[in-house]
Write a protein of this length. Structure first.
Length: 325
């Protein structure tokens, strides 16, 4: 089986994946930007924009670029899978090992990759419509609880942290948009940049809305920040279910995009069968999600992965002659 995806479903998948990864990263993973998180999302888009614009020139070549993008995507997928398992443990009524909680997600991801790329992309189109409906319901019922004053000071902890958050956001955008690298048709830079703008725009809007519901606590732990997001006490109990559904479905879709992109990259590097590549990637994500140094590795990739990937993309594009055209 050859792993492939069309341009239209790839853009839809990338848009949803970018929105989920940037939102998760700037609200739960990295809260130091505080009220300036939405500005970090926009700055990350400005950094990643040129990379996506030239990505099409580097598709045909660049084995080193493919390997780097594969590493970034797999490690970040493992970090997202660990977050998914941790979220399930937070909501579980009994004490269950995070490793056991990650196994059902791994099975779902394996099934998704085996269905090939168009299934992942068209599922994103359906999910986007469902998510929009749920968000409208939650937003309407929560309208009286929004506190715009909690968005100040706008810069949060200052420009340095906002810019640092933007660098991290660019790294997360790279890992979430790898699916655009494995598209076989060359649709130009416009559609990819459209997916970037849409994904980051959605993420920034959701960050602002979340900020008006709960004051940012930069020094709190990961679970406390997740609790603030899903069960902050200001939302009625009947709204927690759609919020939880949005959270888990978004993370599962993000993981499906990342695992498919990584499996397709492995196939292009090795020529192995699609089912084998998908199985290896999902197993790698499951194993890495339980490694003790994953959090540190994921943070390092978010900080430096974008710069390294962008440099390799520019080198591959120059070799092909794209930059001189």
């Amino acid at each position: 089986m050859r792993l492939r995806i069309g341009a239209r479903p790839a853009r839809a998948a990338a848009l949803c994946a970018i929105a989920a990864r940037v939102f998760m990263g700037l609200t739960v993973d990295m809260p130091t930007t505080r009220n300036g998180a939405w500005l970090s999302a926009l700055f990350g888009a400005l950094l990643a924009g040129p990379w996506l614009a030239f990505l099409r020139y580097a598709r045909a070549r660049g084995m080193l670029l493919r390997s780097a993008l594969l590493a970034v995507t797999v490690i970040d997928a493992a970090a997202v899978l660990a977050a998914l398992a941790r979220s399930a443990g937070y909501l579980a009524l009994d004490r269950t090992s995070p490793a056991l909680l990650a196994i059902p997600a791994g099975i779902a991801l394996l099934w998704g990759v085996w269905r090939n790329g168009d299934a992942v992309g068209y599922a994103a189109m359906i999910w986007a419509r469902i998510a929009l409906a749920l968000l409208l319901i939650v937003g309407f019922l929560q309208a009286r609880s929004f506190k715009p004053a909690w968005l100040t000071p706008v810069l949060g902890s200052g420009w340095p942290d906002v810019l640092d958050g933007g660098v991290h956001a660019a790294g997360w955008i790279v890992s979430a948009s790898g699916i655009l690298f494995v598209v076989e048709e060359d649709g130009g830079a416009g559609p990819a940049l459209g997916a970037l703008a849409g994904g980051v725009g959605v993420a920034a809007l959701l960050i602002v809305l979340a900020g008006m519901l709960t004051p940012t606590r930069a020094l709190s732990g990961w679970i406390i920040r997740l609790d603030d997001l899903l069960c902050n006490g200001r939302a009625p109990l009947y709204l927690q279910l759609p919020l939880i559904a949005l959270w888990f479905a978004a993370l599962l879709h993000l993981l499906a995009c990342q695992c498919f992109a990584a499996a397709a990259l492995v196939q292009r590097l090795t020529g192995a069968g699609g089912r084998l590549c998908g199985t290896l990637i999902v197993l790698a994500a499951l194993l890495l999600s339980r490694v003790g140094v994953l959090e540190m590795a994921s943070a390092m990739l978010a900080r430096y992965g974008f710069a390294a990937t962008a440099a390799l993309t520019a080198l591959s594009a120059r070799r092909k002659g794209g930059l001189s055209a």
